[in-house]
Design a protein around this ligand. Sequence first.
Ligand code: SF4
Length: 64
Amino acid sequence: MKKVKLLKDRCDSSPFCAAKRVCPVSAIEFKKTGLFSGNVVINEEKCVGCGKCVNVCPHGALKI
Ligand code: SF4
């Protein structure tokens, strides 16, 4: 099955990630690394490769 890949150099690591909000299976998670910092991560176990996130990321940080 296809999975999405996060291009870390393009991701702005926002806790308000638009792609996170559209994922139907909650495969995009925000892992806090500090009080005001963190990283967007893909849970590959959950991702079903639907591609919805690819179209909404304003930075083109997601690829199937
Ligand atoms: S491809 Fe679909 S299931 Fe996978 S992370 Fe993106 S929105 Fe979620």
